[in-house]
Design a protein around this ligand. Sequence first.
Ligand code: PMP
Length: 438
Amino acid sequence: MSTEPRSTLTNDSLFERARRVIPGGVNSPVRAFRAVGGTPRFIQRAEGAYMIDAEGRRYIDYIGSWGPMILGHGHPAVVEAVQKAVLEGFSFGAPTEREIELAEEILKLVPTMDQVRLVSSGTEACMSALRLARGATGRPKIIKFEGCYHGHADSLLVKAGSGLATFGHPTSAGVPPEVVQHTLVLEYNHIGQIEEAFARDGSQIACVVIEPIAGNMNFVRASVPFMKRVRELCDQHGALLVFDEVMTGFRVGLGSAQGIYAKALPGFAPDISVFGKVIGGGMPLAAFGARRAVMEQLAPLGPVYQAGTLSGNPVATACGLATLKEIQKPGFFEDLAARTRTLLDGLLGAARDNGVPMVGDCEGGMFGFFFTKAGEGLPQNYPTVMATDKERFNTFFHGLLDRGVYLAPALYEAGFVSAAHTARDIDDTVAAARIVLR
Ligand code: PMP
């Protein structure tokens, strides 16, 4: 892609310098390119659909800061709102009208919630949502699914135990086994396992937390029959269903993933929903919400404690509000979904023409593809995702990166298209993919 030499800095020299003062040279592990090898690109700036690295090289960006940048980088209306907010003050530690406006906007778009609480990261929102679920039900246990990520709260860093429906093992050092003893890890899309878990522990289960369309094992949808059964089991046993829409929220559609399941299952609703990424437009902002009776369990009204110095930050809320306004414009999601579909079809077509087995899926502005074995369908759970061809993905990733296309640097991550991606960007991406696949 085009180059604009502006700097004597190199990604290699920055990485070396970064590694001296920051563990692994990065402030979030996946940025280190460990899964794909090579040197991470140090980004100097971004505009629209592009990121420009320290060496002045331009990339078509399909990460979008891991989801938030649905309008692309530096959208004028968002920049203006943020600039105005900054001049009014960075943080007050006192309530503002803008927090109400953002809460009202989110609630208008997600009718399954009566109230939301704003926080600063998806991790914080998920952690708080689980505390709320436990506090509201008075029960200790939670169910999560292997391959779903809900941030790095201790009790969520768990992988499945050896036997079916046993409690899990910590996936991180520093998490004592006792801390995860109440976290049950099940296989995604496996109805039999969750039935068994409820049959055994139903009266102890506070909630089931799920990424309805999982974006942390690439792109895997919860099947409609699975979701229907999960809802039924929660209802039968008095457990709450927590939708982690940090990634899917306002990304797969204006109604988020829950809107999609409600179309397939009339009346369907989660009990607690968690949002992040898009609602902050690239600033640190996340939220969790539910019906009033559940939310009123939170401090200062109720016994479930939750707080934050920067919660509802005035600059972040301005950024989020401006972003939510833009995505409600007529045709926004239709256009975004069509562009994403064109990209995915282009990639699948390029693979097919070169005899490379590839499958993929997309919804709204989120997509995923897998290098499978010939004849295999879309992976339905974590083990089948991890059985796809990692070597091939890594070669593809680097081939595209060298040609100015920046995909997420790991096969277990979803991709994101923004409103700033043009038809030309998509064409260029598919053309580059064709060369690499050949
Ligand atoms: N939930 C989901 C579904 C996510 O994708 C992420 C982050 N990728 C989180 C929670 C955690 O959010 P954060 O990184 O803002 O803490």
